[in-house]
Ligand binder design. Structure first.
Ligand SMILES: Nc1ncnc2c1ncn2[C@@H]1O[C@H](COP(=O)(O)OP(=O)(O)OP(=O)(O)O)[C@@H](O)[C@H]1O
Ligand SMILES: [Mg+2]
Length: 311
């Protein structure tokens, strides 16, 4: 469904050239939910923009539906759509209903179908009750929902989401997850970027980790976790409250990802390298329970050179 070959994208400015994508190749199968994860500046948005025909690559090519998207973008565009999270491009003076109607006309939806499709879409994203309100009165999350409805108007075969849950409340992000599952069931291919690891884990069939414009790994979430479990491990460690020295030791030695107080007991969730010695903790704690790795743990092992990224 999607073939990306040796993709390079360089932003050329007067002073410096920035290599946003540095020789990226991968394929996405029809009907997959494919996640692209990576730190700020990794190249995710650049990749989404190229795949959705908004930006031309510097080198390499992308084929969607076996068609080169740089050569024939007009053949591709009716069959795809996108949501860029935090997108501002809405017409504030229109109502939600008018907005969807306007885009339905742009997407050549037959006029007798517009009304029913509009109703269905606004209901899907939970905006039916606000359909006659002007968009400039909408909250950030409501605008996000409107973008989602807009992105489904042309019944796309591939849909690109760049951080779609930015600005959505918990109910909104649950609605989005449900919506993504529904569109997957309809056979739509979904490409998604997000900084929410749990969301990616719940939604994605496969995940690409990218950093500094390069793919670090592509795999199923379970496989990514399995591979990471060869080198790291997660434990819930409970210690008696007051064992300050042991607590300090754990904080110094390991990556503490969560702490909780429970009836005189302190529960510390730690992630550590399998090579690290845990004997002192084992001998002095109340209990130590092995836990499954999360996708966030995996992400941190692959992409934890944060300081370097921010340079
Ligand atoms: N219009 C532009 N002009 C110059 N450089 C750009 C431009 N857009 C992006 N870049 C650079 O390209 C690199 C990749 O940016 P991109 O926006 O694709 O990252 P990202 O992975 O989407 O990051 P984030 O998680 O912050 O959204 C960064 O180094 C960025 O500074
Ligand atoms: Mg981005």
């Amino acid at each position: 469904m999607i073939i990306v070959e040796n993709l390079i994208r360089i932003y050329k400015n007067s002073k410096v050239n920035s290599i946003a994508l540095n020789d990226i190749s991968f394929q996405v199968r029809s009907g997959e939910v494919f996640g692209i994860l990576g730190p700020n500046g990794a190249g995710k948005t650049t990749l989404i923009k190229i795949l959705s025909t908004m930006l031309l690559p510097t080198e390499g090519f992308v084929k969607l539906f076996e068609t080169d998207i740089s050569k024939y973008p007009e053949k591709i565009r009716p069959k795809i759509n996108f949501v860029y999270g935090g997108e501002k491009g809405v017409y504030g003076r229109l109502t939600a209903s008018e907005y969807i109607e306007y885009f339905s006309i742009l997407y050549n939806v037959p006029s007798k179908e517009i009304s029913s499709r509009k109703k269905m879409l606004l209901e899907k994203v939970g905006l039916q009750g606000a359909k006659e309100k002007k968009i400039h009165t909408f909250s950030k999350g409501m605008i996000e929902r409107l973008h989602l409805a807009r992105a489904l108007i042309n019944k796309p075969k591939i849909i690109f989401f760049d951080e779609p849950t930015v600005g959505l409340d918990p109910e909104g992000s649950r609605m989005l997850k449900k919506l993504i599952r529904e569109i997957k069931e309809d056979g739509v291919t979904v490409i998604l970027t997000t900084h929410h690891m749990q969301e990616a884990d719940e939604l994605c069939d496969r995940i690409a980790f990218i950093n500094k414009g390069k793919i670090i790994d592509i795999d199923y979430p379970s496989q990514l976790k399995y591979k990471a479990s060869q080198s790291i491990v997660r434990y819930d460690i409970s210690i008696e409250i007051g064992k300050e020295e042991l607590k300090e030791y754990i904080y110094e030695q390991y990556d503490v990802v969560k702490t909780e107080m429970l009836d005189g007991i302190m529960l510390l969730t730690v992630v550590l390298d399998k090579k690290d010695c845990i004997k002192k903790v084992k001998d002095n704690c109340l209990s130590m329970v092995y836990k499954e790795l999360t996708l966030e743990d995996v992400y941190m092992t692959y992409l934890s050179d944060r300081e370097e990224n921010n340079r």
